[in-house]
Design a protein around this ligand. Sequence first.
Ligand SMILES: C[S@@+](CC[C@H](N)C(=O)[O-])C[C@H]1O[C@@H](n2cnc3c(N)ncnc32)[C@H](O)[C@@H]1O
Length: 282
Amino acid sequence: MAKTWMMSQEMLRQSTSVNDLNCQMERENKMNPWLNIPAEDYESHMSLPDVAQAQALNSLMASALKAYRPDSFAVMVCTTGNGFEHINPSHTRRAIGVDINTAYLTALKKRFAGRLPCLELVEADVASANFQVGPVSMVFAGLIFEYVEVADALSSIYRSMVPGGILLSVLQLPSPDASPVTDTRFESLAMLAPIMNLVAPSEFSGICISAGLKLINSDTMPLKKGKAFFVAIYQKPVSDTQDGNLPLVRMPYSSTSEITIVRKPVAKTCKLCRKGVGKQWI
Ligand SMILES: C[S@@+](CC[C@H](N)C(=O)[O-])C[C@H]1O[C@@H](n2cnc3c(N)ncnc32)[C@H](O)[C@@H]1O
């Protein structure tokens, strides 16, 4: 179900008191530090010479697009659009960016809406039940599984792939020489440390295979400070027998580069104030 932000806010107003709403928003912000990391901090941190993960992800996306020339392509999760300059709208007729942070999507829209008329931007939690975008022939999922339930995000990704579609996943591997979030002058990034969980490639591949994906190829890409990415390519079977088991919810998505906000209501009790907060849009 797609909702505009205005509608979500209106429904929140109807179902909660102002105090509950404040409490709930505070809790939501506390829950996901990604909502509090400025785009400039993230971009600057990721492209520092000692980190250089932005450059690595950028070149992986360039290679994937060159190798597969997908006619439809989704980036889960897209942040501010690193690598989108490699999308060629003459053969990629749909390009989708999904992220939980509206400010990142707004920056992406500003940069790329002009040169990518096929751009669709979706603000959503990729690990939420029944989430999907209109299925695409290729999904790029770089550095998301460290922050979500892997099986839940993979279900969303699986639903978002056409039969025969390709998933390129990037996991960060542990380093003996550095903490998972490199310590830099961008202090806001330190908020990620408590929620970041490195995922073992064997565990990840096991979940992919039980989700119905077939491993095509995998490799390790060395980074700075003894870090490395585990890069793997999976394919959804052409004859897909699993769709019968997975709930398929087709999202209306924008035909232009409007940001579609996908939130779903669930009954919630606020852990901070212990009061029921009615329906919360998550
Ligand atoms: C490490 S960055 C991804 C790197 C990105 N692919 C790049 O090339 O720069 C993690 C991204 O995941 C987003 N994110 C975190 N949790 C999310 C969730 N549950 N659903 C959707 N996006 C999420 C954050 O807002 C952030 O943009």
